[in-house]
Ligand binder design. Structure first.
Ligand SMILES: NC(=O)c1ccc[n+]([C@@H]2O[C@H](COP(=O)([O-])OP(=O)(O)OC[C@H]3O[C@@H](n4cnc5c(N)ncnc54)[C@H](O)[C@@H]3O)[C@@H](O)[C@H]2O)c1
Length: 290
């Protein structure tokens, strides 16, 4: 069984550390890290980034890593209060992040976010489409059309609207990087029809836009996390027996940490990946390698 040990900072899951593993109980703690956790303070200097779904988990880790590396970050989420609470803590430590309430299925909300970015900073250089939902336990028989539409709207249509709205500004700037947080569910089956279809669709949306937008200097890549401990997976990984299942499936025999996905996003967002577009970066402890 996995026991979660959260510090008050868990809202933004900065760094998750395996504290102990004994008697079948695995304890994880979340500790904070300093401004230099992501080495290279200037890796995103002068860049303006929008990160969606940043109230917790992977999105919060990405927003935090980007601002630590010099970017101006607009972090958005439907759960505004949850988002603001960790942004306020980070601000008290000298790192300023703009946060906005944002439903990624709403064209008007997207317009407000992109307009704000351009009015405040004059440009959008980076878009991370991270917001997503995972309907645990869904299968092809119990998934209603309503469930299907909801998951596809958030996980696939939302990123498309956002990319469509950011691209004109990236074109004007002559460059841009779009990072879509897909999943290994976009590569292999077994995670429910709507989730798999949405993440597989996002994988191909990434490749299509990469081909189309390469001449404009805009790179589009996807990240495919395996199991990562976040609010989304908390209920699953704390289930009895889940640690044994994870160990048998994952060659690295552990769940991923949000900052390990953020490291990949940082690479794809930065100029270090200047010759990388249309790629799928799998960060899964070797899960789909077997
Ligand atoms: N945790 C994992 O194991 C895992 C694995 C593969 C992929 N992913 C993907 O990573 C991304 C981040 O997930 P996470 O694990 O950090 O989960 P999470 O639940 O902590 O974060 C998802 C965020 O998206 C937000 N959100 C949901 N619907 C929204 C909407 N309509 N508009 C705006 N925001 C909305 C939620 O409020 C939440 O803060 C998701 O796209 C998820 O599918 C996660």
């Amino acid at each position: 069984m996995i026991k979660l040990v959260y510090s008050p900072e868990c809202l933004f899951v900065q760094k998750l550390t395996r504290i102990s593993f004994s008697n079948g109980v695995c304890e994880y703690g979340i500790s904070s890290f300093g401004k230099n956790q992501f080495s290279g303070m200037g890796r995103l200097q002068g860049k303006v980034a929008i990160v969606t779904g940043a109230a917790g988990g992977i999105g919060a880790a990405i927003a935090r890593s980007f601002v630590s590396c010099g970017a101006s970050v607009i972090a958005t989420d439907m759960q505004y209060q949850k988002l603001k609470s960790w942004v306020d803590i980070v601000a008290a430590n000298g790192l300023s992040i703009q946060c906005m309430a944002h439903d990624v299925t709403s064209v008007n909300d997207w317009k407000a976010v992109v307009d704000f970015a351009v009015a405040t900073y004059g440009v959008v250089n980076i878009l991370v489409n991270n917001a997503g939902v995972y309907p645990a336990g869904a299968n092809s028989e119990n998934t209603t059309l309503e469930d299907w539409n909801k998951v596809l709207n958030i996980n696939l249509t939302g990123p498309f609207i956002g990319a469509q709205m950011c691209v004109p500004h990236m074109k004007k700037a002559g460059a841009g990087s779009i990072v879509n947080i897909s999943s290994i569910a976009g590569i292999v089956g077994g995670n429910g029809p709507a989730y798999s279809a949405s993440k597989g669709g996002l994988r191909m949306l990434t490749k299509d836009m990469a081909v189309e937008l390469a001449p404009a200097g805009i790179r589009v890549n996807s990240i495919h996390p395996g199991g990562v401990l976040t609010p989304m997976t908390e209920g699953i990984v704390t289930m009895p027996g889940s640690d044994e299942i994870l160990k048998s499936m994952c060659p690295m025999q552990r769940i991923g940490e949000a900052h390990e996905i953020a490291s990949g996003a940082l690479y794809l967002a930065s100029d270090e990946s200047s010759y990388v577009t249309g790629t799928e970066l799998i960060i899964d402890g070797g899960l789909v390698a077997r």
